[in-house]
Design a protein around this ligand. Structure first.
Ligand SMILES: NC(=O)c1ccc[n+]([C@@H]2O[C@H](COP(=O)([O-])OP(=O)(O)OC[C@H]3O[C@@H](n4cnc5c(N)ncnc54)[C@H](OP(=O)(O)O)[C@@H]3O)[C@@H](O)[C@H]2O)c1
Length: 281
């Protein structure tokens, strides 16, 4: 007699490298909390392999979807059937949902950042300006959020021309300028978001060298970097009495939103945070 067990739900991370990802721990904890028979695996997928890997998912009924990380967030756009408004405007997909043989691209980094800023009490009220450090994919997600909130935004990047390109690609509606750090009216700034990779794995590196945080006494600092848990940027901000948070909240929220898009289950945030920190957060 043969038995046909319902297929286990499966989700993946496609990235290169993939070995040190924290996503499997979060999504496995979420499957367990939700009581769902599911498995999440991080797979090393090279750029050459991405089209074939995505195509292979289409007709596998067990597959809920995938997360995409470096270097696939931008190149995947052309390989998917539909894109959410956020994914299209940001130009990056971090979550793919498989439905009926079609692949739908989403960006949960942007709403993940928004939720993390809200949790940290760092969302500016009114029209208080924000500084985004960086002009890569993560900066584009941050810019999208600031555009949605209609907050004046200064983009400061090591390569200034990339900051100009970023702002230009979102169109003229949003009040935004590309500036050097020395040109920013720091005394007005309410929020600084680090979306560079400066400080990632390097406790002595900062995207704002020789910066005096007393120049922006009203600002909070949100660092998307979460390794180390306290970056130099955060350390220096805190030493000047400013609130500062690392990127673990954003990481947990983007995973929560991806899991919800796949399963329809909104697993509580502490399940994801607990998987990151080894216990309830
Ligand atoms: N917490 C989360 O959930 C989350 C989510 C997404 C991303 N992130 C983090 O965000 C960071 C950026 O990711 P991404 O995908 O946007 O990377 P990316 O596209 O490669 O962009 C990297 C950015 O960092 C800048 N940069 C790199 N090294 C720098 C340095 N030493 N000093 C100043 N600027 C430097 C680059 O400037 P140039 O243009 O001059 O090269 C560029 O603007 C990474 O650390 C990533 O882990 C976190």
């Amino acid at each position: 007699m043969s038995s046909f067990a319902a297929p286990a739900r499966r989700a993946f991370l496609f990235a290169d490298p993939a070995a040190h990802s924290l996503s499997p721990a979060m999504h496995r904890a979420a499957f367990a909390w939700a009581g769902l028979d599911g498995q999440y695996d991080a797979l090393r997928v090279t750029p050459d392999e991405l089209p074939g890997r995505l195509a292979a998912l289409r007709h596998d009924p067990a597959v809920l979807g995938v997360n995409l990380s470096l270097p696939h967030k931008e190149t995947a756009l052309a390989l998917l059937d539909t894109l959410s408004d956020a994914a299209r405007q940001i130009g990056a997909v971090n979550t793919v949902v498989r439905q009926g043989g079609a692949l739908h691209g989403h960006n949960t980094d942007a709403p993940g950042l928004l939720e993390a800023l809200r949790d940290a009490g760092m969302l500016p009220a009114g029209k208080q300006p924000v500084v985004i450090l960086g002009a890569g994919g993560a900066a584009r997600a941050a810019f999208y959020v600031m555009q949605q909130l209609n907050l004046p935004t200064f983009v400061v990047n090591r390569s200034p021309e990339r900051a100009e390109v970023l702002i230009g690609s979102f169109g003229p509606k949003h009040e935004a300028r590309a500036l050097n750090a020395s040109q920013v009216p720091w005394e007005k700034v309410r929020l600084i978001i680090n979306s560079t990779s400066a400080g990632l794995g390097r406790p002595d590196e900062t995207p704002l060298p020789d910066f005096n945080f007393h120049r922006c006494p009203r600002a909070g600092v949100y660092d998307m970097v979460y390794q180390p848990a306290e970056t130099r940027l955060m350390r220096e901000a805190r030493a000047a009495g400013l609130p500062a948070e690392n990127g673990l909240g954003m990481l947990a929220h983007q995973a929560r939103l991806a899991f919800c898009a796949w399963t329809g289950v909104d697993v509580p945030l502490p399940v994801f945070r607990g998987a990151l920190t080894g216990g309830p957060a």
